[in-house]
Write a protein that binds this ligand. Structure first.
Ligand code: SF4
Length: 141
């Protein structure tokens, strides 16, 4: 077997699309089932096509909040910043980098996914603070 047919989420969806949606997608209500999300992350972490899945999501800047490669959209943003800085491109410039380059980068940096997960909360908190400060000083408009 090669390619996406090996993907853990595809195998879950083959059994139950509703369960796959509950685990990997975000419902219309916006409320994520935390237990299901944790289980999905564990499946992603051992998924045989994880690097491929993640490199595609990063290179294509997949913006929806589905889990891809075991990372949420917010976590993929943090990882994108690190990859873009390391490759010497802007965040938007990352879209012009091929998925195979991103894939190679991920394989050279096996701890990057865990790093992105662990610093996402602080990253977005700092972003929110600096946006609020800029807004208060009238610098955003
Ligand atoms: S890593 Fe990607 S392909 Fe694999 S289970 Fe997770 S979302 Fe699916």
């Amino acid at each position: 077997m090669t390619g996406m047919e090996q993907a853990s989420c595809v195998r879950v969806a083959a059994r139950s699309q509703a369960l796959a949606d509950q685990m990997f997608a975000v419902p219309d209500s916006g409320r994520v089932d935390r237990r299901a999300r944790r289980a999905a992350r564990r499946l992603c972490d051992s998924c045989p096509v994880r690097d491929l899945c993640l490199s595609e999501a990063l290179a294509r800047r997949t913006r929806d909040n589905v889990l891809a490669g075991g990372l949420t959209y917010q976590e993929r943003c943090v990882l994108s910043h690190e990859i873009a800085a390391d490759l010497g491109v802007t965040l938007w410039g990352l879209a012009s980098v091929s998925p195979s380059t991103v894939l190679a980068w991920l394989r050279e940096h096996p701890r990057a996914v865990e790093r992105a997960r662990s610093c996402t909360r602080a990253y977005w908190r700092d972003r929110k603070r600096s946006s609020s400060a800029a807004l208060a000083q009238g610098r955003l408009f």
